[in-house]
Design a protein around this ligand. Structure first.
Ligand code: PLP
Length: 448
């Protein structure tokens, strides 16, 4: 199996120089908070697959719901006037769970395609309003919005686009909101003013008539689990409102419970986005699915025929795929039935507190995040916040030592991300933090 994989499977986000020597790790089994490799080693999954298996692994009832749908009617088009029951039901459920003005759903195949489709719809919306110059999308450095051409352009992680091309005429990046590395001597409140002013200045420079939307993750995920200063999102939205710029919340990671609510935008950050994008936790990763939740106001324009016999000519073969929608409906049912958002609100602050106890380790410069979305930033010097050389591979070392001890966490450069399944208990947190404590000691020692 390893040989077949090594010879033929082009893995995403993989260093092939190392891969060709080391081959891959086959994950073969899973159950609840655990996954197991082909050698029978069992690990606590500290990354929920890839920020997505929110209800935990091995849920037979999701598998059954998918099997029932697949054997009854696995696929049929949703173009024109055709539909299927799971897609219709899921749309109504999402409208119920989302902020009250978001009542319309456009389906895609994951997070990148949701973002990509959204930008096309936003451009179409302004074209229909007779404002064809409103094209530019404002994103942020270190944002992660995916890897289709347009989503990769929205993404602001420089290394991600290295040697790739991007559609730069469509996107402008602002600074990320990085409280840990904010300018020396600036309070958090002053830093917030500074970021909002940067947005205002950018709008003045480009011209509101040329800007269609601002897109932001409520908490930046892959870019380093960056929690913005208090009030930041609300104020950024106010700038959007004042300039007829749509506010798009990319809730691909934060949606479906990770911060203790189905959607974080309104419940946590007090914003009312014009559009919310979601994927990952939407189906708990049991099937590929993305969704764009659209306001009544925008829908009124999109829903008007573009001409006699005209149609909204965009969509995917798999928009509203019945098996994926059946998986999502069952996953949402589990989140509600098992009070999983409540679990995150209860256990999340405990996870934050316990991870902060690791701050005494020599490399741990910052422990940050919120609820089940956490990160350690490793440094060479805590005072200057200087980084270790890339060759030290500090994130990899720590992740390797943790995995040896039965916990999978994610290395992202000098960072380690912890984004567990949402069913961790306080006992799971204690076990995971004890493993991390040992792993950090071992990794620090190996650096000497
Ligand atoms: N948006 C955010 C915030 C993400 O974290 C991701 C993936 O990690 C995406 C979009 C892209 O999603 P996908 O990999 O499903 O295309």
């Amino acid at each position: 199996m390893w040989q077949k994989d090594k010879d033929h499977f082009i893995h995403p986000f993989t260093d092939f120089s190392v891969f060709h020597e080391e081959g891959c790790e086959l994950i073969t089994d899973s159950d609840g908070i655990y996954v197991e490799d082909s050698r029978g080693n069992r690990f606590i999954d500290g990354i929920a697959g890839l920020w997505c298996v929110n209800v935990g692994h091995g849920r037979a009832e999701i598998g059954q719901a998918m099997a029932d749908q697949a054997t009854r009617m696995a696929y049929f088009s949703t173009f024109n006037n055709l539909s299927n029951a799971p897609a219709a039901e899921l749309s109504a459920k999402l409208a119920e769970l989302a902020p009250s003005h978001l009542n319309h759903v456009f389906y895609s195949c994951g997070g990148s395609t949701a973002n990509d489709a959204t930008i096309r719809l936003v451009h179409y919306y302004f074209n229909r309003l007779g404002k064809p110059n409103k094209k530019r999308i404002i994103s942020r450095n270190n944002a992660y919005h995916g890897t289709t051409y347009l989503a990769a352009t929205l993404t602001g992680i420089e290394s991600n686009n290295w040697a790739f091309d991007t559609l730069d005429h469509l996107v402008t990046h602002l600074s990320e909101a990085n409280c840990y590395r904010r300018p020396e001597g600036m309070s958090e409140a002053e830093y917030c003013d500074h970021l909002v002013e940067e947005f205002e200045d950018t709008v003045a420079e480009i011209g509101a008539d040329n800007i269609a939307a601002f897109i932001a993750e409520p908490i930046m995920g892959a870019g380093g689990v960056l929690v913005a200063p208090t009030g930041y999102h609300k104020r950024m939205q106010a700038v959007c409102r004042a300039n007829e710029i749509l506010y798009i919340a990319d809730e691909v990671v934060t949606g479906f419970g990770r911060l203790g609510h189905f959607f974080a935008s309104e419940a946590v950050f007090e914003t009312q986005p014009d559009i919310i994008n979601c994927a990952k936790g939407l189906s708990s990763g049991y099937a590929p699915l993305g969704a764009t939740l659209i306001s009544d106001e925008i829908y009124e324009v999109l829903g008007t025929p573009q001409g006699k016999g005209g149609v909204l000519s965009t969509g995917f073969t798999y928009s509203g795929h019945p098996v994926s929608c059946a998986a999502a409906l069952k996953s949402i049912e589990i989140i509600e039935r098992e009070a999983i958002c409540e679990n995150v609100r209860e256990v999340g602050p405990y996870l934050e507190r316990q991870l902060k106890t690791l701050g005494h380790h020599a490399t741990v410069g910052n422990v940050r995040g919120s609820h089940f979305m956490m990160c350690l930033e490793n440094v060479a010097d805590k005072d200057t916040k200087a980084l270790l050389p890339v060759e030290a591979r500090v994130g990899d070392r720590i992740a390797f030592e943790a995995q040896k001890r039965g916990l999978i966490i994610r290395p992202v450069g000098h960072l380690n991300v912890i984004s567990p399944t949402l069913i961790w208990t306080r006992e799971t947190v204690d076990t995971a933090v004890a493993i991390l404590d040992e792993a950090l000691s071992a990794a620090t020692e190996s650096l000497q």
